[in-house]
Design a protein around this ligand. Structure first.
Ligand code: BTN
Length: 239
């Protein structure tokens, strides 16, 4: 993959900047990287706190896969991010659908935006935010961590970016080839499977044991023994 990096000091959100590039026809592999974001976007309409000393990037891909398989792109990004962190000896695990945790505290969040044209994917923008040498926001203490906090030292963000892009490239190659191996990798790194979880959806909250994941979502075994597949929502690990 030929990555094409566009570096910015401050932006509102790298998702917006990358969206503009993509709409103008930017090639697959185009990346927007920013030092800080004033309106960093999180999943489910949340904000993403983006102080200096983190890693904030959005990358454009144009995968030739069916729109129904788009969820795999989210999975492969989480696998790549967890593997990049594991290269530092950190015990990074994935919380469904795509948060990366260390010891149950979030170190990395991923947001995927997809543009469809008819029955194919026009482009995908993968936004990755990592807490690197920053202190997690005070109101997130207990639920968030940073690489610095875990390793008790700062890491070189250029080296981290390099490792992340190497892992993304490797996972993307897998995705375009043996599609299902991504799921295997995701399951191996999952902090959610075999846990009792509560998933908050727009109109419903549901609890159960996370027993499996497939391209349609997370499979929960409910108390009455029945199974439910959850496509999207906010997942809380109970135990
Ligand atoms: C989440 O966990 O809710 C997803 C957070 C994604 C944050 C990243 S930072 C880079 C990119 N630009 C954004 O505005 N958001 C994503």
């Amino acid at each position: 993959m030929k990555w094409k990096l566009h570096r910015f000091g401050g932006v509102s959100s790298t998702m917006e900047a990358a969206g503009k590039f993509a709409e103008e026809g930017a090639e697959e592999g185009t990346i927007v990287l920013a030092e800080t974001q004033t309106s960093g976007k999180g999943r489910l309409g949340r904000k993403w706190y983006s102080p200096p000393d983190g890693l904030y990037l959005s990358l454009i891909l144009r995968p030739k896969i069916a729109p129904a398989s788009a969820q795999m792109i989210t999975f492969m990004s989480a696998v790549a991010a967890a593997k990049a962190l594991r290269r530092y000896g950190l015990d990074a695990m994935i919380k469904w659908p795509n948060d990366v945790l260390i010891d149950e505290r979030k170190v990395c969040g991923i947001l995927t935006e997809i543009s469809l044209s008819l029955n194919s994917i026009n482009y995908v923008i993968i936004g990755i935010g990592m807490n690197v040498n920053s202190e997690p926001s005070k109101d997130l203490k207990g639920t968030a961590t940073s690489i610095k906090e875990e390793l008790k030292k700062e890491v070189d963000r250029e080296e981290l970016l390099k490792r992340l892009l190497e892992e993304l490239e490797a996972q993307y190659t897998l995705l375009l080839g043996e599609f299902h191996s991504i799921l295997g990798e995701w399951k191996r790194l999952s902090a959610t499977l075999r846990k009792n979880v509560r998933v908050e959806m727009q109109r419903e909250v549901i609890e159960g044991e996370a027993v499996d994941v497939n391209e349609n979502g997370l499979i929960l075994k409910l108390q009455d023994g029945s199974f439910r597949t959850i496509i999207a929502g906010d997942c809380i690990h109970i135990r």
